[in-house]
Design a protein around this ligand. Structure first.
Ligand SMILES: [Zn+2]
Length: 227
């Protein structure tokens, strides 16, 4: 997978800087004028340095909870690329329910965003795993197993032993982005490196792959949050 990073632009900024946050997110602070392609080039040239920083566990401990949204009435949450409101109210099932909005029973809301994240993880499994199967069939590849998990850094990964892992937070992204990440990882079963051949395979399977990459670059930081 590529390095994921968020771009923060500012008209006052003259120079580009890359920082690794405590939660290992990469943030590029850039002047207004610099193109996305150029930013990608610069980030790519620092790949090794960035991977080392991210893997430096002592300095970059996982934060228990990224700052941001709270599980309260009226909060908007991303799901499949759209925003839906949270309503705190009792439900018939006693569990979280979803139809045009998320209805979260007060008992679950009180236990914090972790309960909501767990519920989202199950949703992510239901949506992502069948699509892994589908795309694998279309690409003519087979894999050992596929799993949706609590990965913090990568959206997807593929081990040399053909095990696929997907970050449950992907469920916040639109389906064409989810499909891109799935196809990207499956294409690694054919071509392990990001060679021109690799990108040809990805683009042949997913005509809007570039748009999906842009979406992830722009909104990656949003996806990192638990809510
Ligand atoms: Zn890759």
């Amino acid at each position: 997978m590529d390095l994921d990073y968020a771009i923060v632009r500012s008209p006052k900024r003259r120079k580009l800087t890359i920082t690794v946050e405590r939660d290992r997110r990469i943030v590029v602070h850039a002047p207004e004028s610099i193109s996305e392609a150029r930013i990608r080039e610069i980030v790519d040239s620092k790949r090794q340095w960035l991977f080392e920083k991210i893997r430096h566990e002592q300095k970059y401990n996982d934060e228990p909870e990224p700052p941001g949204k709270e599980l309260v009435n009226g909060e908007a949450v991303l799901y499949l690329g759209r925003r839906y409101r949270i309503a705190i109210a009792d439900t018939e099932s006693g569990e979280i329910e979803f139809s045009r909005q998320f209805v979260v029973p007060p008992r679950i809301a009180a236990s914090g965003s972790k309960a909501f994240a767990n519920w989202m993880l199950v949703r992510a499994e239901q949506q992502i795993l069948p699509r892994v199967k589908l795309h694998a069939r279309q690409l003519g590849v087979s894999y050992r197993d596929a799993e949706v998990s609590e990965g913090r850094f990568r959206w997807g990964s593929c081990t040399p032993r053909s095990s696929l892992r997907f970050n449950w937070r992907l469920i916040k992204a639109p389906m064409f982005v989810i499909d891109y990440v799935i196809i990207h990882e499956l294409a690694h079963l054919i071509e392990p490196n990001h060679t021109p051949r690799f990108w040809n395979i990805v683009r042949a399977q997913h005509p809007t792959a570039e748009k999906a990459k842009d979406w992830l670059r722009e909104h990656g930081a949003l996806l990192e949050q638990n809510l």
